[in-house]
Design a protein around this ligand. Structure first.
Ligand code: ADP
Ligand code: MG
Length: 571
């Protein structure tokens, strides 16, 4: 046995390095080889890495203690082979390589001399021989390029012949329990380059990875600063909350709108932020729930308070915030000030209701034109002499009275007209209007016919306004029949409703006009105002009634006004 030890010992002493394949059968012989490997290594001042199983190393250690002082054993670093080869996991070339790198690269970088004893461990599974061969190929490359000793040990009872042949291609020396020989299968060139190339590739890959990581980090930093300025410079107030629903920060727009500073807001729980009215606090957990399930809260309108207690109309939207690993990290809340938009909306509504000064003036001007037209018509008739003057004077007087009322309304411009609802006989009211417009109808070859189901229907109404509606619809009908025709005015009733229908034989209302009917100033007439229909509908709606239009092109139009009768109107 001492012969063999000498053989390995001689090699260790003579050569600068070498890759030895040791296939052992006898554990005693194995122990002796290991002991001489270690003692000679220590003598030569080498660091020794000893990768082996616990029980085998204990056996070796006992032998070492017999021939070496304890303090000299400090140069031996024992590594558990089960852990090193990660025996509990599938054997992997990659992970063994990583282990070697961690263990040896720092040493060779520091110029420390070392040698390695490694007892390969693996459990039976597919692909192991192939992976092991790769490891050994690469180990051989390192050993021969860097010049150190490595003894790779294999249990002869576990090693197949074909595996042994493969390994001999990558080890310069072959050691058994009895002899040390050169491997005649050893192929230093050839496959080595593949391994070297692999190592080079890996280095290149590592460098590439590093460059990529740097680039990604740079991008991340750039994105972060973009995000940062997106938040700080945003014109909309923004609140950032963490996972505990606490304010991490608010931006400048927030400070400007609400008057609370970032410092004052920081750390506050979202639900108790002073900007939230008590009765709106429920919004916070609701929004949180939506965001925490990965969804956005689409803008909704609500109220928030400024520091001075004044309310602000806002549109709130919020969204989940994710960290680099796409994990929920908190949420962002955007609080858009929509005061101006709300004001514009209100303005629009007021405009549509004609309750702003300009609109009212236009409406009233229009209302004056009707009685003036009537008065002019009567004057004309008086000049030409004829019909009963007294009736004309009465009507003219009442029309002038109307003009006066309207003029006084003009003075009160912006103020809403005070309305006096009185019970009126609706049939009589319509006849008055017809009297007023008959002259104009005659001039246009239009005959006004009536079909009143009941002469005694009474309606609680503002008489002048209902007259105005009738004038508008009759005028429109007359104007729709430039060639003349008949206008039938029907008066009918159901249990609860009263119907007034103006049925003309005009050209009808084309669809595109119908769609815009009731929009202020929409007219198809050269001298039209485009206000009549809108004003009329507004008046009817103020009386809780509705206006419906049935029209057929070239056949005529029916305007149906329905109004609730007194008994029905009370509730
Ligand atoms: P104006 O009479 O000043 O044009 P209106 O609001 O009364 O304004 O009517 C708007 C438009 O609706 C008219 O220009 C006309 O084109 C259409 N229209 C209203 N009534 C009738 C009708 N009976 N027959 C046909 N078109 C009508
Ligand atoms: Mg009109």
């Amino acid at each position: 046995m001492s012969d063999q030890m000498t053989q390995l010992g001689q090699l260790l002493e003579a050569a600068g390095g070498g890759h030895v394949l040791y296939v052992y059968e006898d554990i005693e012989a194995y122990t002796s080889q290991a002991v001489s490997f270690i003692t000679i290594g220590i003598e030569q001042g080498h660091q020794i890495f000893f990768i082996d199983s616990q029980d085998r190393y204990e056996r070796i250690y006992r032998r070492l203690r017999e021939c070496l002082a304890e303090d000299r054993l400090g140069d031996v670093r024992y590594v558990n082979s089960h852990e090193f080869y990660q025996v509990h996991e599938p054997f992997s070339f990659e992970s063994v390589l990583e282990q070697y790198k961690d263990l040896l690269v720092p040493l060779s970088a520091q110029g420390i001399s070392f040698r390695l004893w490694a007892h390969a461990e693996w459990t039976e599974q597919d692909g192991v021989p192939c992976e092991l061969e790769q490891v050994e190929q690469l180990a051989d490359y390192s050993v021969t390029t860097q010049g150190f000793f490595t003894v790779c040990c294999y249990d002869g009872a576990k090693l197949t012949a074909s595996m042994q042949n493969k390994l001999l291609r990558h080890h310069e020396y072959w050691l058994t329990d009895r002899e040390l020989v050169r491997s005649n299968l050893y192929a230093k060139d050839g496959p080595i380059f593949a391994a070297a190339a692999q190592l080079r590739d890996r280095r290149a890959q590592d460098e590439q990875d590093l460059a990529m990581r740097r680039k990604t980090e740079e991008q991340l930093r750039a994105t972060q600063s973009q995000l940062e300025s997106f938040i700080t410079r945003n014109l909309d107030p923004i609140i950032i909350l963490n996972l505990d629903e606490k304010v991490i920060r608010v931006n400048q727009a927030f400070e400007r709108l609400f008057g609370w500073t970032n410092e004052e807001m920081m750390g506050l729980k979202a639900a108790v932020m002073p900007i939230i009215p008590l009765d709106r606090r429920y919004e916070v957990p609701r929004n949180k729930h939506i965001n925490m399930t990965g969804r956005n809260v689409e803008g909704y309108e609500t109220i928030r308070y400024r520091k001075d207690g004044t309310p602000v109309n806002v549109m709130i939207s919020s969204f989940p915030l994710l960290d680099e690993d796409d994990q929920l990290n908190g949420r962002g809340v955007i609080v858009r000030d929509i005061t101006e938009r709300m004001q514009a909306q209100e303005l629009l509504i007021r405009t549509e209701k004609l309750s702003i000064a300009g609109e009212l003036a236009a409406g009233i001007a229009h209302e004056i034109r009707n009685p003036v037209t009537a008065v002019k018509g009567f004057l004309h008739l008086l000049q030409t002499g004829g019909a009963s003057k007294q009736l004309y004077f009465d009507i003219m007087a009442s029309e002038i009275q109307r003009i006066e009322t309207i003029l006084s309304e003009l003075l009160m411009l912006a103020k809403p007209q005070a309305v006096h609802y009185q019970s009126r006989n609706i049939a009589a009211l319509i006849r008055d209007v017809i009297t007023l417009l008959d002259a104009q109808a005659n001039l246009n070859n239009v005959r006004i016919l009536t079909d009143f189901e009941d002469e005694d229907i009474r309606l609680e109404c503002e008489e002048n306004q209902i007259k105005q509606v009738c004038i508008n619809f009759i005028k429109n009908a007359i104007e729709a029949m430039p060639e003349g025709g008949e206008l039938l005015i029907q008066l009918a009733r159901s249990q609860e409703l009263l119907f007034i229908r103006f049925i003309d034989q005009g050209g009808g209302i084309p669809e595109q006009v119908l769609a815009r009917l009731g929009q202020p100033f929409y007219t198809t007439k050269e001298k039209g105002t485009g206000l009549g229909f809108m004003v009329s509908r507004k008046i009817i709606e103020d009386h809780n009634g509705t206006v419906r239009v049935f029209s057929e092109e070239r056949r005529g139009t029916t305007i149906e006004v329905s109004l609730p009768l007194e008994s029905a109107k009370d509730e």
